[in-house]
Design a protein around this ligand. Structure first.
Ligand code: ADP
Length: 625
């Protein structure tokens, strides 16, 4: 399952669960509220029903004894003993009329033992009961058979409903007639209607006989079966009233005496206000000493309203709680994310720091190594320089060694001359020829000076020079070099061609070292020229920008390719052992490079070797010797 699908599923489940919770909370709150309200309504209705039952019972009880004691009244007693006596009838009528007025009974009348009314309190009315026969009515039959009649019915003449109480009138054991007291319960109905209570009383067949709502009176709560209707026809209990079905529908039974009922629309007008409530709590109770049911209907509108609003409140609160929970969870997740991001960042930072430290350590150790290397190199360079200096010196001494025979030879001549001249001078002095002796001594002096200049040149050449760069007049360096090899040049009869560069031209190089380079080039040329016809060395000099190019060209055999390739390598020599060390050109190239110049070897187009050394020119005004 992909991440987004999982996420979608989670959202779906959350939404479903939330909906379930919200609906559940609503339904739960509704139920609890309803059951609470129904309980309290039931309690209230129960208390009121007690009250109504008591009032109804006491209303009836007031008259309960009246039929029984009527037989004791003289006019009644006289009448039932002689029912057809008109005079007695009149007296009884008046008596009953007064009694009804006094007691508040609706009608009081006497029937003979066959059920015919012989006296009645309403004798004055044209539709009075006089002469009627109610023998078919249960209250007569109950009383006639020795019991007490209790009957609710509707009057046959005026269809007035009333409660009939009856008792037999006897002469000893013989039934003479029946006394009936009819009481109207409309006073109670009015009181109920005024108290805005929806109270009704039904008989054992479910026919409404008393009701606070007048339209319900004489309707049946449930449809009546045929046997009951036939019985009603026989007894004319409801004087053949149609007894329509009220259409009360039980929605829920709450117990043996309580249920939730629904009324057909428009069934209730009074005493309740619009809009018509349709759902009621019907609380009932059986009245004492009868099969009647006392029922109170209580509107459930307010209860429903309260339950609905509580359900809505519970749903809203649950929604809020869920939203808060989700928000809290989201926030916690967000915080967690942030925290883990921060931790990751911290980890990355620590890692980075560690790497940087590592790298720094690497770098510093590399740096340390580099420094050590640099120091080592510097030491090696110093050592090299020292070695090179020593080598240069060694090279020089080698040249001097080579030159020494020449020099000795050079010194021998003047020495021999000095010896001869001095010997002569002694003799001239002994002879007293002072003038000649003086001339001899002057010559000796000149010769000694010449010898001194030779040794001075040698000494200066042999002097240990440092590698520090100095300034050299080019012509002087060439002079000195030629002076040092002068004897060999003369011996080999080598023709020398000198450059005619200006006397002041100076180059940047230590004088002794430049002389050493030149002496080396000249002696090499001389070596190669030995035994060659018309030997010739040409020294030339050319300015090129800031550089001066000094070349030494001989007409010797030139440089073979193999020799050229290794010319500047140390200890490379083609000369026999003891003659060449193979260091001359190596040292010369080193000296020139140190002075910032170059030394290259080539073959001259006209034959012979050509060595060119390039050195930086020193401007004239910066040197003063
Ligand atoms: P060395 O003179 O002791 O042999 P160098 O370094 O001065 O050492 O010279 C190395 C070699 O270069 C010489 O042995 C020689 O063969 C060759 N060489 C130098 N100068 C010349 C020249 N002018 N003509 C031909 N060969 C030369």
């Amino acid at each position: 399952m992909t991440r987004s699908r999982r996420r979608r599923l989670r959202i779906f489940l959350t939404v479903m669960l939330s909906l379930l919770l919200v609906v559940g909370a609503g339904v739960g709150a509704f139920r609890v509220s309803m059951s609470d309200a129904l309980d309290s309504l039931q309690r209230r209705a129960g208390q009121r029903l007690d009250l109504y039952a008591t009032s109804l019972d006491s209303e009836i009880a007031r008259y309960a004894q009246l039929p029984g004691i009527l037989g004791l009244a003289q006019p009644v007693d006289a009448l039932i003993h002689d029912p057809n006596n008109v005079q007695r009838q009149k007296e009884a009528n008046r008596y009953l009329e007064r009694l009804a007025e006094r007691t508040g009974a609706s009608t009081i009348y006497i029937q003979d033992w066959l059920g015919q009314v012989v006296a009645t309190s309403n004798w004055r009315r044209p539709d009075s009961y006089l002469g009627e026969n109610d023998a078919y009515r249960p209250y007569f039959q109950d009383a006639a058979s020795g019991g007490v009649g209790r009957f609710f019915g509707v009057g046959t003449s005026r269809s007035e409903p009333g409660y009939y109480l009856s008792d037999g009138l006897y002469d000893g054991q013989r039934l003479l007639g029946v006394a009936v007291v009819k009481i109207s319960l409309s006073r109670l109905e009015r009181a109920w209607a005024e108290s805005k209570s929806l109270v009704l009383v039904t008989d054992q067949n479910g026919v409404v006989i008393l009701s606070a709502e007048p339209r319900w009176k004489f309707s049946a709560l449930q449809p009546l079966d045929a046997a009951v209707r036939a019985e009603f026809d026989r007894t004319r209990q409801y004087n053949r009233l149609p007894l329509p079905v009220l259409g009360l529908k039980t929605l829920r039974t709450l117990g043996s005496d309580a249920r939730v009922v629904q009324l057909p629309k428009g069934a209730v007008r009074l005493p309740l206000d619009d809009p018509y409530p349709r759902h009621f709590l019907a609380k009932s109770r059986t009245l004492p000493r009868s099969d009647w049911q006392l029922i109170e209907l209580l509107s459930l509108d307010a209860v429903y309203e309260l339950a609905y609003s509580r359900a809505a409140l519970a749903s809203v609160l649950t929604t809020l709680a869920i939203v808060a929970l989700l928000w809290w969870r989201e926030r916690r997740r967000h915080l967690n994310d942030k925290l883990s991001a921060r931790e990751a960042l911290q980890r990355a930072y620590t890692e980075l720091e560690r790497k940087v430290e590592e790298r720094t350590a690497d770098l510093s150790s590399a740096n340390y190594r580099l420094q050590a290397e640099v120091a080592e190199r510097t030491r090696a360079e110093q050592h090299l320089r020292q070695t090179q200096d020593e080598l240069v010196q060694a090279g020089k001494l080698a040249v001097i060694g080579q030159l020494s025979t020449g020099v000795a030879h050079e010194l021998n001549q003047p020495l021999a001359a000095v010896r001869t001249l001095s010997g002569n001078a002694i003799r001239f002095l002994q002879r007293g020829d002072l003038a000649t002796a003086s001339t001899n001594l002057t010559t000796i002096n000149e010769l000694v000076e010449k010898m001194g200049s030779i040794t001075a040149a040698l000494r200066s050449f042999a002097r240990k020079s440092t590698s520090s760069v100095g300034v050299t007049r080019l012509q002087r360096a060439i002079d000195n070099a030629l002076f040092l090899v002068d004897r060999r040049l003369k011996q080999s009869r080598v023709a020398i061609v000198r450059p005619d560069a200006p006397e002041t031209l100076a180059v940047r190089c230590d004088p002794t070292r430049l002389e050493q380079v030149l002496v080396n080039l000249l002696t090499n040329a001389l070596d190669e020229l030995a035994g060659r016809p018309a030997p010739r060395i040409e020294i030339s000099c050319r300015l090129e920008g800031e550089q001066v190019l000094i070349s030494v060209h001989d007409n010797g055999p030139g440089l073979a390719d193999a020799v050229r390739a290794q010319l500047f390598e140390p200890f490379f020599t083609t000369k026999p052992a003891g003659v060449g060390l193979g260091l001359g050109l190596t040292l010369s190239a080193g000296i020139v490079a140190e002075a910032g110049g170059t030394l290259v070897a080539d073959n001259h187009p006209e034959g012979g070797a050509l060595f060119t050394l390039t050195l930086p020119v020193v401007p004239e005004d910066t040197h003063h010797d």
